[in-house]
Write a new protein. Structure first.
Length: 403
């Protein structure tokens, strides 16, 4: 079956080069103290240094985390103490209080999927105890609380630009004292731009979308062979600047309607799929800029495989906690890791693409579909897909080596 490929990452239209540049960039890019690195983890590492954190200091970190932020802090030399989340994915106040010792310096909060934590409340809580508040808005660029941007409540805030716009990379940080400008060599970012353009084509044309969908499992298998499961947490060079293409394209892609468009798409999916949404994400706050739409099921990996047949690439995000987390002590965060996956909600989706997503989820989670085997496609179809995949993997690897 031919299907447009719809993924959670924003794509990059081919005509972006002819667009006018926006004269006003959103927070934190419009703040003189803002620094942009290649990735948010670099921004976190640098913020730890400008906040003056060191080996004697403890940061309280949520058990539900990506892993790269934890690795960045550990690499910056600070100690981590994990705290529990409530069932609404807020920091568990009682647990936080029980973790306080004189060497605790920072409360680290994460604005999950663009849904804001009550940052004002946590700032007050920190002020009352002489702590610093670190806001992780990696998934919440453009999210506001009462018209005030997240990331501006704390003593430091970090953001991922490429999660909201189809630029190759970009991790911004705002902190009490701005870090020095990143000093390593600037990369062009051409390969990632190409991939984002290709994704844009795959989102619009079913023939390209199907080709992409059929080659992805092979690529994943190929990558898995080469890497360990925690590789995605690696810090890399913390002085990496954003790529040249990110800085060139960012002013052309930012748009004051982005958050509202994402919210509109979220409401659309909420209307159709509300019964599958985990409780913390069942009501969208007014100023949120949702990064993705969460769906909770019993067997997330198998539903994700089925979704691919309808052209929808969801992700089981944050499946692996950072290895330093004693997972058995945090069953709630592990339940989210195992049961919740994310589907696209980005600003460029059309009504027909949103319908494709909603129908795909309904079909993939319907009882009739659940009974079918995921690998139930006939063998000739599989062989055709395999040949296509091999061709694309070779092509992909050749390009990778050239860049
Ligand atoms: C909550 C959170 N913080 C930090 C990061 C690190 O972002 P980056 O991959 O840009 O370093 C991520 C990445 O997904 C994240 O989800």
């Amino acid at each position: 079956m031919w299907a447009r490929r719809l993924a959670i990452w924003p794509t990059l239209p081919i005509n972006v080069y002819f667009r006018n540049e926006s004269t006003c960039l959103p927070y934190p890019l419009n703040d003189d103290g803002c620094r942009v690195f290649s990735r948010a983890r670099h921004a976190i590492w640098n913020a730890c240094h400008t906040l003056g954190l060191g080996a004697k200091d403890i940061v309280l970190v949520p058990a539900y985390h990506h892993g790269s932020e934890v690795e960045a802090m550990l690499q910056a030399g600070v100690n981590i103490r994990y705290y529990k989340m409530t069932e609404l994915l807020e920091p568990d106040l009682q647990n936080l209080e029980s973790l306080l010792t004189p060497d605790v310096r920072v409360l680290y909060i994460i604005h999950y999927l663009g849904f804001p934590q009550d940052a004002g409340r946590w700032r007050q809580w920190c002020d009352d105890r002489g702590l610093l508040l670190f806001e992780d808005a990696a998934q919440a660029f453009l999210t506001e609380i009462d018209h005030k941007p997240v990331g501006s409540f704390g003593h430091a805030g970090v953001f991922c630009l490429y999660k909201t716009y189809g630029v190759p990379d970009g991790g911004a940080v705002i902190s009490m004292a701005p870090p020095p400008l990143p000093g390593s060599a600037i990369k062009q970012g051409g390969w990632r731009v190409f991939k984002r353009h290709f994704n844009w084509l795959a989102e619009r044309w079913a023939a390209i979308g199907s080709m992409h969908l059929s080659c992805k499992p092979m690529l994943k298998w190929f990558k898995k062979k080469k890497c360990d499961p925690h590789r995605e947490f690696a810090l890399g060079d913390p002085f990496s600047p954003p790529s040249a293409m990110t800085m060139r394209l960012l002013p052309k892609v930012v748009d004051s309607t982005t958050a509202a468009r994402r919210r509109k798409n979220y409401y659309f999916l909420l209307h159709k799929l509300g019964h599958l949404v985990p409780r913390p994400f069942a009501a969208l706050p007014a100023g949120a800029c949702p990064f993705a739409f969460p769906v909770e099921v019993n067997d997330a990996p198998s539903v994700l495989k089925k979704l691919r047949r309808y052209g929808v690439e969801g992700i089981l995000f944050w499946r692996n906690a950072h290895p330093s987390l004693p997972v058995q002590e945090f069953p709630r965060s592990m339940a989210f890791r195992n049961r919740v996956f994310a589907i696209p909600v980005h600003q460029d989706l059309t009504p027909s693409e949103l319908n494709q997503i909603a129908d795909a989820v309904l079909n993939a989670t319907s009882s009739a579909e659940m009974q079918q085997s995921v690998t139930g496609t006939n063998s000739r179809e599989s062989l055709k897909q395999l040949i296509k995949s091999i061709f694309l993997v070779i092509w992909d690897c050749n390009l990778c080596q050239q860049l």
